[in-house]
Design a protein around this ligand. Structure first.
Ligand SMILES: O=C(O)[C@H](CS(=O)(=O)O)OP(=O)(O)O
Ligand SMILES: [Mg+2]
Length: 233
């Protein structure tokens, strides 16, 4: 598999297959939202767009990063979201990096959103679809966020080498600037368990696929074939 690792600003043309990685915390949060029962996640272009969607659909759950804000129901924290019942709900998510990265590749034919919590499912989906060329969007810090790059490199490796050990990749993420800022309270809207939750390898068995639906970028969980059915490893 030909893998490229690019920051959001380095995307010059729509890739065919994109894996958008945001470990801390957008796509860890998205995975937890699905685990808590959310039906779908609308990736909003801006805070105003998120609030406009919420105004049109009062039953939707509007979520943003940073501190709690008027009009929003939740913040971008897996530790805080894991105790919320989202059964059948639609979530609207707007964050600094993750949602921006997914929207930057909305013309791609396949867009996966990922973090360590869905790493193996994401790698397995890439294998199942026999993706020869994959662009990994490293969303944080202009493409240099160590937690996102480590996760992207792990998924790329895991997609082709079943024996890849995650330990070194997880160590890099644990020592990233984002992890330190979350632990030290530099970032807001944080639960003490957030870093640990973001580093839970394969916590969930689904991948997450984003696609345009009526001009909105919608993220949904996607079941992938079981390892027994995957003859490539
Ligand atoms: O919520 C996050 O972790 C970040 C934003 S901040 O730097 O913590 O304010 O957003 P994300 O898009 O999930 O990286
Ligand atoms: Mg991030």
């Amino acid at each position: 598999m030909d893998a490229r690792f690019l920051g959001i600003d380095e995307l010059v043309e729509a890739p065919s297959v994109a894996v958008v990685v945001d470990v801390m915390r957008a796509f860890t949060v998205a995975a937890w939202a699905f685990a808590q029962g959310a039906e779908k996640i609308v990736l909003a272009e801006s805070l105003d767009a998120a609030l406009a969607l919420k105004a049109r659909h009062p039953d939707w759950v509007a979520l943003k990063d940073g501190p709690p804000a008027p009009g929003f129901d939740a913040v971008n924290s897996p530790g805080l979201l894991r105790s919320v019942d989202l059964g059948g709900r639609t979530v609207v998510q707007k964050t600094t990096a993750g949602t921006v990265g997914a929207l930057a590749v909305k013309e791609a034919s396949l867009v996966l959103c990922a973090g360590f919590v869905v790493a193996e499912a994401t790698a397995r989906l890439l294998r199942t679809r026999e993706c020869d060329s994959v662009t990994f969007v490293v969303t944080g810090e202009g493409g240099r966020a160590e937690e996102d790059l480590a996760c992207a490199q792990y998924i790329a490796r895991r997609a082709t080498e079943s024996g890849t050990d995650a330990a070194e990749f997880l160590r890099r993420a644990a020592e990233s600037r984002a992890a330190a800022e979350l632990a030290e309270g530099v970032r807001q809207g944080v639960h003490p368990d957030d870093v640990a939750l973001c580093l839970e390898l394969d916590r969930f068995s689904f991948a997450m696929v984003a696609a345009l639906e009526d001009s909105l970028m919608i993220l949904r969980p996607c079941a992938v074939p079981s390892p027994a059915a995957d003859a490539s490893i």
